[in-house]
Design a protein around this ligand. Structure first.
Ligand SMILES: *Cc1c(COP(=O)(O)O)cnc(C)c1O
Length: 383
């Protein structure tokens, strides 16, 4: 594009607050896990209005892995998971030696389809891992009722949903286990990072130890800037703790979350207003009221999708596909088909959606979409 920047699908929003926070940690010269991590865990608790134990780790994937491990889910166990998710959800399940049971998705919200999930329950099923696609948490209660009726645990992959609301209240204070991601493009970021909201203190304690190589009680010491020189290890652990640098970015981002929400709502409404007038663009029926939307996804005819992506890119507009179904990947291949998910994956396209977009960007993207579909509609009228 001549001189004009490309419109990115997604990006972090970094203000002077994040830069000041990181500089501050740098100047203190304590970069690893210490005070700021505890401060960030407390800030998350305050934001979610919960006293529940919160454990920060270095990625959303690590959060899912440690959540599974702390429930003692292991080899021989099965976990129900929607096939439409980032591969992280599947990898976290195989990381503990368990088997991910790929399930179909609901046709409206693209979260796990409970009718399909029910068919795939076995005596080995230990948990369900719903993924709040795009941040829509409106099916949460149904998933919990299902899990209760099956006697299984819930590990929420809420990587898309930090800050989403039910009845005007941010969710996170109720539930079994909730995992968030703070990677570079999530609703708020730490650069890289994740958090687990536990409902049982002993499970949180297991995760606190597991994030520090299984060293018993090391988390508590590090909050005070101390280290364990003589210690006991009773479990498999990992190097999953969060650093003070990442935590300080998270603290700064959390202070901006209301501003992010307002901006993203504005962009969302701008998109909906423009796109509802374009035949060929289908806007999913999400719960737009409560969702703090992470990605903006539309559905188009499957024989036009890849063409549209190329067309947009030629106009300087990035797009994405969230997600190719995991049950088609060779490592996770199933011998059954998941029709809704397979159809969805051919039709979905994610449009640029991040805090630093302007309404003008949305107008430009919409104009290009209109151009694309006008050309196609004209052609289709010639026979
Ligand atoms: C981002 C994401 C994850 C993993 O989080 P990371 O912080 O990138 O490890 C897991 N599940 C879903 C649905 C995600 O979008």
């Amino acid at each position: 594009m001549e001189g004009e920047g490309i419109i990115k699908l997604s990006k972090s929003s970094v203000s002077r607050y994040e830069i000041e926070a990181v500089t501050d940690v740098m100047q203190k010269e304590y970069l690893g896990m210490g005070l700021q991590v505890k401060e960030f865990e407390d800030a998350i608790g305050t934001y979610l209005r919960t006293q529940k134990p919160i454990v920060c780790v270095n990625s959303g994937t690590a959060a899912l892995h440690l959540a599974l491990q702390s429930l003692d889910i292991k080899c021989g166990d099965e976990v129900l998971v929607p096939t439409i998710t980032y591969v992280a959800s599947f990898q976290a399940i195989t990381a503990v030696g368990a088997t991910p049971i790929a399930c179909d998705v609901d046709e409206e919200s693209f979260v796990i389809d409970l009718h399909d999930a029910k068919r795939r329950v076995s005596p080995n099923t230990k948990a369900i891992m719903p993924v709040w696609y795009a941040g829509d948490i409106s099916r949460r209660e149904k998933v919990y009722l299902f899990a209760k009726s099956m006697g299984i645990r819930v590990i929420e992959d809420a990587a898309h949903a930090f800050g989403s609301e039910i009845n005007g209240e941010v969710f996170g204070s109720e539930g079994d286990i909730i995992c968030f991601s703070f990677d570079g493009i999530k609703n708020i970021t730490c650069g890289e990072g994740g958090a687990i909201i536990f409902s049982k203190e002993f499970e949180a304690e297991a995760a606190r130890n597991a994030r520090l190589l299984g060293v018993d009680g090391d988390s508590k010491k590090r909050e005070k800037g101390l280290r364990s020189w003589s210690f006991s290890v009773n479990m498999q652990g990992w190097r999953y703790h969060m650093s003070n640098i990442n935590a300080s970015i998270g603290i700064a981002q959390l202070k901006r979350i209301d501003e992010f929400k307002i901006k993203k709502k504005l962009l969302l409404n701008a998109y909906i207003n423009e796109l509802k007038k374009i035949p060929g663009c289908e806007i999913p029926k999400f719960d737009f009221e409560g969702v703090f939307m992470h990605i903006f996804v539309i559905l188009v005819s499957e024989n036009l999708r890849d063409q549209l992506r190329k067309f947009l890119l030629s106009r300087g507009i990035e797009s994405g596909i969230h997600y190719p179904p995991n049950h088609k990947l060779s490592f996770f291949k199933t011998n059954y088909i998941l029709p809704n998910a397979e159809r969805f994956a051919k039709k979905c396209i994610s449009l640029p959606y991040h805090v630093d977009l302007s309404e003008r960007d949305i107008k430009k993207i919409s104009k290009e979409l209109r151009n694309f579909f006008n050309e196609r509609n004209d052609e289709s009228q010639t026979y």
